[in-house]
Design a protein around this ligand. Structure first.
Ligand code: NAD
Ligand code: IPM
Ligand code: MN
Length: 357
C-alpha cells in the first residue's frame, strides 16, 4: 500500500469546517481506491495559534511541513489579531512560502457547472491557471516596510533566479494542459506593468528568454491593468498566466469572482522539495460557524494535492464527483458564492458521487 505523510493545518474562521469536508472526501476516496493511505499529522497554525502560543506556526510545525509528503492547509488569519506593526499576525504566507521556498503559486480558475456565475459562459469555457510568483515581488517586503508618520515604503524586488524559475514552471505547466478553451492553443501570458516600472521590464525580458526554450508554446503579453478587464470580458482566451506576487494575489481573486466566488478556487504552493495546498481565499470570518461556506475550494485543493503526490486516478475521482454533483444540480452554488442548502449538504452531494476510477 502506498502511504503518504500529510500535515494538516485546520486554521481559523471557516478553516476547520471546510478542511473537515475535504478530509471526509479523502477518506471515501481511499476506501474506494484501496491503493494508498494518507497518514495525517494535524498542526496548529494561524491567528488562534498566535494568540495561544505567541507564534503563528511553531518551528516544529514548519519542520513537519518541510518533511511531509504534502501539506493540506485551510485558511488562516483573523483581522483582529495583529502584530504591533499593524499587519496581521495569523498569516502563514511568509512563513511557509518563503520558509519552504515554494516559488510557484498555482491558481486554477475554472467555471464548473451548477454555478450561478456573473459571466455569460458555459462550464469549461473559463479554464486558465494563474501562476503567481510566490517568494519575491512586492511581498518580499513583508515585515520590512520602513517609514514614519509622514511616509512609508515597501520595496518590490525581482531576481533573475526568481523570474526564471517561475517562468519555466509556467511553460512546463502549459505543456501539460490542453490550451485555451477558445482556440485550443497552448499559450503563456506574461502579465506585468513594464510600460511604467523597470522591475517589470526585467520580469518580461527574463520571461522572453525562458520562452525561447519553448517554441511550441505561444507567448503573450498583457499589462496588468488591461488584464483586469480581459479576465472579465474574455477569460476564455487564456491558458496559463504568469505574474508577480501581488498582481497574482489580486487577479486570482478577480478570477474567482468570475467563476462563482472564491469558494470555487483551490491552489497549490509548489517548490522543488516541499508544497502545500489550500483555497485561495481567507478564513471568511463573516460566515464562520454558520454552515454556509462552500467547501469545494478545500475539496479541490485536496485533489490538487493527490495529483501532486502522483495519485492522479484518485484526484480524478474527486473532480469527477464534484462535476457530477454540480451537473446534476444536486449541488448548486448560488450567486452569493454559497452552496444552496449549506456546506454539509454540498459535502454529502460530493460524497455520494465518488466512484472507483
Ligand atoms: P476572505 O477570502 O476570507 O473572504 C472574502 C469574501 O469571500 C467574504 O465575503 C467571504 O464570506 C467570502 N468567502 C470566502 N471563502 C468562501 C467560501 N469558501 N464559501 C463562501 N464564501 C466565501 O477574505 P477577507 O475577508 O478579506 O479575509 C479574512 C481573513 O482571511 C483575513 O484575516 C485575511 O488576512 C485572511 N486571509 C487568509 C488567506 C490564507 O490563509 N491563505 C488568504 C486570504 C485572506
Ligand atoms: C493569499 C493571501 C495571502 C497572500 C495573505 C493572506 C498572506 O491573500 O494567499 O492569496 O499574501 O498571498
Ligand atoms: Mn489573496
Amino acid at each position: 500500500m502506498r502511504t503518504y505523510h500529510v500535515v494538516t493545518i485546520p486554521g481559523d474562521g471557516i478553516g476547520p469546517e471546510i478542511l473537515g469536508a475535504a478530509l471526509r472526501v479523502l477518506e471515501r476516496v481511499q476506501e474506494l481506491s484501496g491503493e494508498f493511505r494518507l497518514e495525517y499529522e494535524e498542526r496548529e497554525g494561524g491567528a488562534a495559534c498566535y494568540e495561544k502560543h505567541g507564534v503563528n506556526l511553531s518551528k516544529e510545525s514548519l519542520e513537519a511541513c518541510r518533511t511531509a509528503d504534502a501539506v493540506l492547509k485551510a485558511p488562516v488569519g483573523l483581522p483582529s489579531v495583529r502584530f504591533p506593526d499593524g499587519t496581521e499576525a495569523g498569516l502563514l504566507g511568509g512563513v511557509l512560502r518563503n520558509g519552504l521556498d515554494l516559488y510557484a503559486n498555482v491558481r486554477p480558475i475554472k467555471l464548473w457547472p451548477g454555478v450561478d456565475a456573473p459571466l455569460k459562459a458555459k462550464p469549461g469555457e473559463i479554464d486558465y491557471v494563474i501562476v503567481r510568483e510566490n517568494t519575491e515581488g512586492l511581498y518580499l517586503s513583508r515585515g520590512l516596510g520602513v517609514g514614519n508618520d509622514q511616509a512609508f515604503s515597501d520595496t518590490l524586488l525581482m531576481t533573475r533566479k526568481g523570474v526564471e524559475r517561475v517562468s519555466r514552471f509556467a511553460f512546463e505547466l502549459a505543456r501539460k494542459r490542453q490550451g485555451s478553451p477558445s482556440d485550443g492553443k497552448r499559450r503563456v501570458t506574461c502579465v506585468d506593468k513594464s510600460n511604467v516600472l523597470r522591475s517589470f521590464w526585467f520580469f518580461r525580458r527574463i520571461f522572453q528568454e525562458i520562452g525561447e526554450h519553448y517554441p511550441d508554446i505561444e507567448k503573450d503579453f498583457l499589462y496588468s491593468d488591461a488584464a483586469g478587464q480581459d479576465l472579465v470580458r474574455r477569460p476564455w482566451r487564456y491558458d496559463v498566466m504568469v505574474m508577480e506576487n501581488f498582481l497574482g494575489d489580486l487577479l486570482s481573486d478577480l478570477g474567482g469572482g468570475t467563476v462563482g466566488g472564491l469558494g470555487m478556487c483551490p491552489s497549490g504552493n509548489i517548490g522543488d522539495s516541499a508544497n502545500y495546498f489550500e483555497p485561495i481565499h481567507g478564513s471568511a470570518p463573516d460566515i464562520a460557524r454558520k454552515g454556509v461556506a462552500n467547501p469545494l475550494s478545500q475539496v479541490l485543493a485536496s485533489a490538487m494535492m493527490l495529483e501532486h503526490l502522483g495519485e492522479a486516478a484518485a484526484a480524478k475521482m474527486v473532480r469527477d464527483a464534484v462535476w457530477e454533483a454540480l451537473v446534476s444540480e444536486d449541488m448548486v452554488i448560488q450567486a452569493n458564492g454559497q452552496p444552496r442548502g449549506g456546506s454539509a449538504a454540498a459535502t454529502e452531494a460530493v460524497l455520494r458521487r465518488i466512484r472507483k476510477a
